[in-house]
Ligand binder design. Structure first.
Ligand code: ADP
Ligand code: MG
Length: 636
């Protein structure tokens, strides 16, 4: 042999800091559920075979004459090892260093910043992160990976090894067959895993859904040795057909859940799923899941999203985001098309009519699933809404064809409840509307506190009219699409021209007419004093406890939206507010009596405090403080 090959040295490298942390956390928090290591390794073996099959569509040579993809599980009692092998894509040296030494997933940083050091809380979090390859170290104190990338020569294989303490070694190796062997050297107490019976049990429980055969050696009882002994012959220990192609009645909930964990790389159970074979213009099978929690990367543009695409049971790609509208990007699962070509690319997906049909069909199925949950599994729907409500709201603008259905699924906080829980549907609201009320009222603010304390709510509280409270970023955008629900328009209470007449009784109407007259002089004086700082000044009966508020025209952008636009560095039109004053308020009456000397100070103070109560910013905060202090001193 050539010198240089045999003397290729092994190199020792450090794990990324996060990997060390993850390993430590995982070993301690997942020990009680340690058997999942096998599910994770089999899941990876299956993914590796999928990847090979996909690359081989364009490059059949990668199969090296062996197109029968399979996973092999074996154990060695004497050596105390378990080996999981696949003949999938394998890893190059660089890939092994990158994929088995770091965590490349987006959202990793956020995940680690959330860890508290409290074992129980962190144990919950780790479930959300997904565990993967590193879960091997729950049962093994040394892991050896021998792997060869398909299409590379036998002597280019790689040997990766680690005790999970912070470093790994990487060295050249020789491997006749392509793919990967993961060899677990078990920890001292894990001997019960060295049993064909035990391993079969774990595989059936967690990995039955894997569509490739998982093979193990047949065993028979050896009376002389008084134990099971392995035979040469192999047998398949799982059903080895694609789960979604089976009839629904033949699939248990447990199998659906385990399949979810594999496709979603999630440790937790899903919240709900829908499984259908669709026939007609376009033919496909869909098995779609709603997760229980948002992935770390849901708001990350490069995050994993979308579903796995298969064509006639052949894996085509992960994360096929074109198969679902973006507001359903939290959905995971598989879609298996009977119509798309095997060599379909992402570009083709974007234009294909079949894909459009799939996308529309999938959206409808998910909406049905959510409707069913909202109706029959209310607690689960609360979980869903808290995790994904903000994303679903995007659907109001993105999917106008389903606007009505999406509107019914929305949940809001309202003045009816005392806290920020979003649990009121538009239908609930409508069912509680007062006699004579024909509009759905809402208020937007920067936060729940800002919205729920808005002075605009005073009259509504007094009259017992419910108002929806909105404060999430997406809300203003949503409201520009969601203009009505069941024929009732959605109206902001912070806009002028609120027509509450229908809700006022005769006495109130008369009082309103009286104060208009009575306060005309004050209104005129305020207009003069405030000049072009306001669009108008008028008397209102919408206030109870506050002396004044600002409103914008029915067609103007709301102050909250203007603030958001400005914060985002966007051009925002200059909308002048209308000042509305409360004739019943002692302060307003005091101002009416103010002499000309103080009047302009009072006028500006009234406007500034109304702006502040709205959550707005003052153009001259220092001036406000000065005026306030001057008037306070006078009063003292
Ligand atoms: P995930 O499966 O969610 O990507 P894992 O921690 O399970 O995360 O695996 C990390 C990466 O290691 C995989 O994405 C893959 O690139 C690589 N890997 C793990 N096992 C195998 C295998 N048997 N064959 C090829 N690559 C593998
Ligand atoms: Mg994995």
């Amino acid at each position: 042999m050539n010198e240089t090959v045999s003397s290729t040295p092994s190199e020792t490298l450090g794990f990324q800091a996060e990997v060390k942390q993850l390993l430590h956390l995982m070993i301690h928090s997942l020990y009680s559920n340690k058997e999942i290591f096998l599910r994770e390794l089999v899941s990876n073996a299956s993914d590796a075979c999928d990847k090979l099959r996909f690359e081989a569509i364009d490059n059949a040579a990668l199969l090296e004459g062996d197109g029968e993809l399979a996973i092999r599980v074996d154990y060695d009692k004497a050596a105390r090892t378990i080996t999981i092998s696949d003949n999938g894509i394998g890893l190059t040296r660089d890939e092994a260093i990158a994929n088995l030494g770091t965590i490349a997933r987006s959202g990793t940083k956020e995940f680690f910043s959330k860890l508290t050091g409290d074992k129980q809380k962190d144990a919950q979090l780790i479930g959300q992160f997904g565990v993967g390859f590193y879960s091997s170290f729950i049962v093994a104190d040394k892991v050896t990976v021998i792997t060869r990338r398909a299409g590379t020569p036998a002597e280019d294989a790689v040997r990766w090894e680690s005790d999970g303490q912070g470093e790994f070694t990487i060295a050249a190796a020789d491997k006749a067959t392509r793919g990967t062997d993961v060899i677990l050297h078990l920890r001292a107490d894990e001997d019960e895993l060295l049993s064909g019976w035990k391993l079969r049990e774990i595989l059936r429980r967690y990995s039955d859904h894997i569509s490739l055969p998982i093979r193990m050696a047949k065993e028979e009882w050896d009376a002389e040795k008084n134990e099971q002994v392995k035979k040469e012959e192999l047998e398949t220990v799982n059903q080895a057909n694609a789960l979604w192609t089976r009839a629904k009645g033949d699939i248990t909930d447990e199998q659906y859940k385990e399949f979810y964990k594999h496709v979603a790389h999630d440790y937790d159970d899903p919240l709900a799923w829908t499984h259908n074979r669709v026939e007609g213009r376009s033919e496909y099978t869909q098995l779609l899941y709603v997760p229980k929690h948002a992935p770390m990367d849901m708001w990350d543009r490069d995050g994993r999203r979308g579903v796995k695409l298969y064509v006639k049971r052949v894996f085509i790609m992960d994360d096929a985001e074109q198969l679902l509208p973006s507001y359903l990007r939290f959905v995971r699962g598989v879609i298996d098309s009977a119509d798309l070509p095997l060599n379909v690319s992402r570009e083709i997906l974007q234009e294909s009519r079949d894909v459009r049909a799939i996308r529309e069909g999938s959206a409808k199925r998910i909406l049905s699933l959510l409707e069913d949950m909202a109706e029959n599994r209310k607690d689960d729907y609360v979980t869903f809404w808290n995790e994904f409500g903000q994303v679903l709201k995007e659907g109001t603008g993105e999917d106008s064809s389903n606007l009505e259905r999406i509107a019914k699924l929305l949940r809001f906080a309202s003045t009816n409840a005392g806290d920020d829980t979003q649990s009121v549907s538009l239908a609930d609201y409508v069912s509680r509307m007062k006699e004579g009320q024909d509009k759905i009222y809402y208020v937007t603010g920067e936060s729940y506190a800002a919205a729920s304390n808005s002075p605009h709510l005073e009259i509504f509280r007094k009259k017992g009219i419910e108002v929806l409270l909105l404060w999430e970023r997406v809300d203003e955008w949503m409201l520009s699409y969601l203009r009505e629900f069941e024929g009732k328009s959605l109206v902001s209470v912070a806009k002028g021209g609120l027509d509450l007449d229908a809700l006022a009784d005769e006495e109130e109407k008369k009082r309103q007419a009286d104060v208009q007259e009575e306060f005309k002089p004050l209104v005129e004086r305020l207009k003069t004093a405030l000049g072009d700082k306001v669009a108008d000044v008028r008397v209102t009966l919408r206030l109870v406890d506050s002396p004044a508020c600002v409103v914008v025209g029915q067609n103007d952008l709301s102050p909250n939206l203007l603030r958001m636009l400005k914060a985002a560095g966007q051009q925002a039109p200059d909308v002048k507010p209308t000042l509305e004053i409360n004739p019943e308020h002692a302060l307003v009456q005091r101002i009416r009596d103010a002499g000309d000397g103080d009047f302009s100070q009072w006028a500006e103070l009234l406007l500034d405090q109304a702006m502040l109560a709205e959550g707005g910013q003052l153009s001259d905060p220092a001036g406000f403080v000065k005026r306030l202090n001057a008037l306070l001193l006078k009063a003292a």
